[in-house]
Design a protein around this ligand. Sequence first.
Ligand SMILES: [Zn+2]
Length: 346
Amino acid sequence: MITFYNHLHAQHQGKVEMFRGALVPCYEVPARADHVLAELQRRKLGTVQHPNAFDDAVLERIHSRRYLQFLATAWDQWVALDPANAGTDILPSVWPTRTFRTDIEPDNFSAKMGLYSFDAGTPFTAGTWVAARAGAHCALSAAQAMLAGDRAAFALSRPPGHHAGADFFGGYCFLNNAALAAQYLRDAGMERVAVLDIDYHHGNGTQACFYDRPDVFFASIHGDPRTEYPFFLGHADETGVGAGKGFNLNLPLPRGTGYPAWAAALDTALARIQQFGAQALVVSMGMDTFVGDPISGFTLHSDDYLRVGARLRACGLPTVLVFEGGYAVQEVGVNAVNVLQAFADV
Ligand SMILES: [Zn+2]
């Protein structure tokens, strides 16, 4: 199986994130991707390539132009405020909730950061845009490889993507790699594409991108948002809206859920994806369902991921796998590559 590796990922290296009123070291660190790459190479699991180049217009198929322009210029705007800012990551601190207006982009930089984000856990750094864009190119390259006939292709990138919406970042995510891949497959002529999100956290960004559409089915298995991040989306009664009604499936599970109950939810999701008649599958492959994950609450074990990969493969669809979360840094390589191993011989 071919892997498209974001060789620029380490340019995004946040120092701190806000947690319960304190600045704590980032969980989303470059070593995550390094460990997955090392394990891929150790098992000799197919070729590893840099991503292909894409025009920025392809990003506009999912993200708004003004959001992309902000991401591309945010660091320069930040340093222009004060040259000393060059040594400090940017974190938002004010947001336009509910009755505020979001149609006017403020001139104030802090206000712009708030307009385009939803938490203070996602530092924006000097290399964020470069890394995120190359990561999106990895997902798009994997979609291209799948269209060219590969049974499965893997986008190994960070920062992750599934929390990012059309015009906002958060949850360590800036560009929605899985949504971009799904849209790319649609634009290439595939009529029905499914996105399956198996990260511990609900893929709020992906859901929002496709919530009113019947052509991209979104299914997510995740920690119950009543207690788990991102808290404000991911409930079972969110089934789509308008033409998209019936094309969104959320399967929230309580903290502490182990493999048997989790796998039953996976079977439910895959059955619905088959029923939908998907021609291709995009998997948001978060590995933070692992029992040792420091910020999550499911109890899957490393061997379980071999079974996860086998179930994904058994659904028989051409598949793009996109690396998302997973913060047990020492184990994330083994766990991720266990999923991929199931596809290795095809
Ligand atoms: Zn996650």
